[in-house]
Design a protein around this ligand. Structure first.
Ligand SMILES: CC(C)(COP(=O)(O)OP(=O)(O)OC[C@H]1O[C@@H](n2cnc3c(N)ncnc32)[C@H](O)[C@@H]1OP(=O)(O)O)[C@@H](O)C(=O)NCCC(=O)NCCS
Length: 177
């Protein structure tokens, strides 16, 4: 039997958080860094269990993205992963649904940095590829993040966005997008 739980980081408890971290380590292998995990904390998590086994995780945290001179309150999706043995059964969609609701109800837009593999998964759910140049607001000023161009997806929830314009993210350790 599968179970979906949606909760804030504050309410998950150390054991569940450790389990979620182990799941993402299994899903992403060496690509999963301590910074990546830290980026997934401080917001709402969606988790799917198959019996006692955690098989899926995703979270949405708040960031500021600057676009057309405005600092937009953004629900940024992190740590999306379903155990390989459990893919193709609707768990990814079940994780995204409540997080997209949070984005629609609480933020100006949703955003995420997609893996190549997952791009069409998000596109099918209505996420749109950011076509313009990306950059980050670093301690030394705005710096282009050309290697991330084309991999950022946004969920528009009301604001008119120019997808060909510049999109700048706030600063953080590790991968900025
Ligand atoms: C991307 C991922 C989370 C999808 O999880 P999943 O449980 O397999 O997804 P679902 O079964 O809910 O699929 C939902 C829909 O998306 C489609 N889909 C799933 N993965 C897809 C993919 N990689 N490309 C295209 N379509 C995909 C499914 O066919 C399904 O379509 P339907 O609604 O028409 O039936 C999972 O493949 C994964 O963990 N991948 C590795 C980690 C990763 O890349 N995470 C994303 C980080 S940005």
């Amino acid at each position: 039997m599968t179970e979906l739980r949606v909760a804030h980081t504050a309410d998950l408890g150390a054991a569940t958080l450790a389990e979620a971290r182990r799941l993402l380590d299994d899903v992403f292998g060496d690509e999963m860094t301590a910074d990546d995990w830290e980026h997934a904390l401080g917001g709402m998590h969606a988790l799917v269990w198959d019996g006692v086994e955690l098989v899926g995780h995703a979270s949405v945290i708040q960031r500021r993205l600057v676009h057309s001179g405005r600092a937009l309150r953004t629900g940024y999706v992190e740590g999306v992963g379903v155990r390989s043995s459990h893919r193709g059964r609707g768990h990814g969609a079940a994780l995204m649904r409540p997080l997209e609701r949070v984005i629609r109800q609480a933020y100006d837009l949703g955003a995420l940095g997609s893996t190549d593999e997952a791009a069409s998964f998000y596109a099918r759910r209505g996420w749109q590829r950011w076509e313009g140049p990306t950059s980050a607001l670093t301690p030394n000023g705005i710096a282009r993040t050309a290697d991330c161009d084309g991999s950022i997806y946004v969920l528009q929830v009301g604001l008119e966005l120019d997808l060909t314009g510049e999109l700048t993210c706030d600063w953080r350790g590790g991968d900025v997008w």
